[in-house]
Design a protein around this ligand. Structure first.
Ligand SMILES: NC(=O)c1ccc[n+]([C@@H]2O[C@H](COP(=O)([O-])OP(=O)(O)OC[C@H]3O[C@@H](n4cnc5c(N)ncnc54)[C@H](O)[C@@H]3O)[C@@H](O)[C@H]2O)c1
Ligand SMILES: O=C(O)C(=O)C[C@@H](O)[C@H](O)[C@H](O)COP(=O)(O)O
Ligand SMILES: [Zn+2]
Length: 366
C-alpha cells in the first residue's frame, strides 16, 4: 500500500493507493491513516452512477460501515458526461435536503471523474461547504481527477464552466476496480498518465515508453507504479499552486484544444482523455511551428499516444474557425488573450500567449 500526503495546511489529506482496499477488501490491510476522525458518527451520502453502483456500491458501503458511521444514504445518477450539469447536480442537493443532512455530514464520490467532480462540487456548495472523500474507479480518476480539489459541472457552452476548488478529506484508490473498466476508458486514462510525463517528467515519459506493453496488459504492479507517480506529480504541483495562479496551469496541457473538441462535438461524444490526447499532439505541433521543438520530438509523442489507440488529431467535422472560437472560452484566457500550455521539450512546458492565431490556424487546419 502506498500513501502520498497532499500538504495544504488545514486542507491536507492522504491519497492511499493499493489493491484490495475496498474491492474484495482484505481485513489484514491496515490503513496508514485513521478515517474514524472524519467518518465516525457522520451521516454519509454515497454518490455513484448506474454503471458503477451495481459493481462496487455494496463493497464501498461495507468499507464505510467499519468506521461506525451514523447512517449511509445513496444517490445514483445516470451515467455519462452529458449529465455532468446543474440539473443532475441538483439531484444530490435534493437527497441531502430530503434526508435532513446537516453541515456535519460527509459525501463519498464512488465513480469516475464525472461523479468525482459533481460530488466534490455538491460538497463545496451544500450548506456552504461539507466534507467529502474520493473513491475513484477509473484510471483517469485515479491518476488525476480525484486529486487536487478541482470540482464542478459543465455548461452546454463550455467544459467545467461552473465549479470551485474544494479538497477531499481522503482519496482511496483501489486499483482492483480497473479490472471491470472498458478498454476505451482505460486508454482515455492513459492520456492523462502520458500528460504527466510530457508536462513535468521526461523520465516518467520514458518509463511509460518502456512499460507500454505491461501498462496495456494492466499489469497490477506496473499500474500501481503509474498511479503513484501521477499522484506524486499532481500533489507536488497542487501543493505549490492550489488555485491555478501559476504552475498548476501546466496540468492543463492539451486541454484548451481538448475541451474545444468535447464541447464542439457535444459533451460525451469523445471521452475527455481522447480529446486531451489529440489536444496534446496539437500543443506539440504548435511548438514545432514556433520552432521550439523538432519534428522528431512530435513524432515520438504521437507514437506513444497512438500506441494506446488514442486519437492524434482533431475530428474532421470541427473546422479550425469553430475550434478557435471555442478555445477562446478557455478559463486561462486573460484580458482576451488565449494562453496555452506549450512544450519546450518533453517534460518541460510553459504557459504562454506567444502562439499567434495564424500558427494555430495552421495546426488546426493540418
Ligand atoms: N477535477 C479534475 O482535476 C479532473 C481531471 C481530469 C478529468 N476531469 C473530469 O473527469 C471526467 C472524466 O472522467 P472519467 O474518464 O473517469 O469518466 P467517467 O466518470 O464518465 O467514467 C468513465 C466510464 O467508466 C464507467 N466506470 C467507472 N468506473 C468503472 C469501473 N471500475 N468499471 C467499469 N466501468 C466503470 C463510468 O460509469 C463511465 O461510463 C470529465 O468530466 C473531466 O472533465 C476532472
Ligand atoms: O487539476 C488540474 O488543474 C487540471 O487541469 C487537470 C485536468 O486534467 C482536468 O481535466 C481539469 O478538470 C481541467 O480543468 P479546467 O480548469 O481546465 O476545467
Ligand atoms: Zn483532464
Amino acid at each position: 500500500m502506498e500513501c502520498i500526503n497532499v500538504q495544504l495546511e488545514n486542507r491536507s489529506y492522504p491519497i492511499i493507493i493499493g489493491q484490495q482496499l475496498f474491492v474484495n477488501a482484505c481485513s489484514s490491510h491496515k490503513l496508514p491513516i485513521d478515517p474514524t476522525e472524519f467518518l465516525t458518527n457522520k451521516k454519509l451520502l454515497i454518490v455513484s452512477n448506474d454503471t458503477v453502483a451495481p459493481l462496487y456500491l455494496e463493497q464501498a458501503k461495507h468499507w464505510c460501515l467499519q468506521f461506525n458511521v451514523n447512517a449511509v444514504e445513496v444517490v445514483i445518477l445516470p451515467d455519462g458526461e452529458q449529465y455532468k450539469d446543474l440539473e443532475h447536480l441538483n439531484r444530490i442537493f435534493d437527497a441531502l435536503i430530503e434526508k435532513q443532512f446537516g453541515r456535519d455530514c460527509i459525501l463519498v464520490a464512488l465513480g469516475g471523474g464525472v461523479i468525482g467532480d459533481m460530488t466534490g462540487f455538491a460538497a463545496a456548495c451544500y450548506q456552504r461547504g461539507v466534507d467529502f472523500i474520493q473513491i475513484p474507479t477509473t484510471l483517469l480518476a485515479q491518476v488525476d481527477s480525484s486529486v487536487g480539489g478541482k470540482t464542478g459541472v459543465n455548461h452546454a457552452l463550455g467544459k467545467n464552466m461552473i465549479g470551485s476548488f474544494h479538497q477531499p478529506k481522503l482519496v482511496l484508490i483501489d486499483s482492483d476496480c480497473l479490472a471491470t473498466l472498458p478498454d476505451r476508458e482505460f486508454a482515455a486514462g492513459m492520456a492523462e498518465v502520458i500528460k504527466y510525463g510530457l508536462l513535468w517528467d521526461i523520465e516518467f515519459f520514458e518509463w511509460i515508453e518502456q512499460y507500454q506493453v505491461e501498462l496495456k496488459a494492466k499489469h497490477p504492479q506496473i499500474i500501481i507504479e503509474a498511479i503513484k507517480r501521477c499522484c506524486e506529480i499532481k500533489a507536488e504541483i497542487v501543493i505549490q499552486d492550489e488555485t491555478e495562479q501559476g504552475c498548476r496551469a501546466l496540468l492543463n496541457l492539451g486541454h484548451t484544444f481538448g475541451h474545444a473538441i468535447e464541447t464542439g462535438l457535444g459533451h460525451g461524444t469523445w471521452l475527455h482523455g481522447e480529446a486531451v490526447a489529440a489536444g496534446m499532439v496539437m500543443a506539440f505541433q504548435t511548438s514545432q511551428h514556433l520552432g521550439w521543438i523538432s519534428e522528431e520530438v512530435v513524432e515520438r509523442v504521437i507514437e506513444l499516444i497512438a500506441a494506446f489507440d488514442l486519437p492524434t488529431c482533431k475530428p474532421e467535422q470541427l473546422k479550425s474557425e469553430q475550434m478557435l472560437a471555442l478555445m477562446q472560452r478557455d478559463k486561462k484566457v486573460k484580458e482576451g488573450q488565449l494562453r496555452l500550455i506549450l512544450p519546450q521539450a518533453i517534460g518541460n512546458t510553459i504557459v504562454t500567449s506567444q502562439a499567434p492565431e495564424s500558427v494555430l490556424t495552421q495546426v488546426l487546419s493540418a
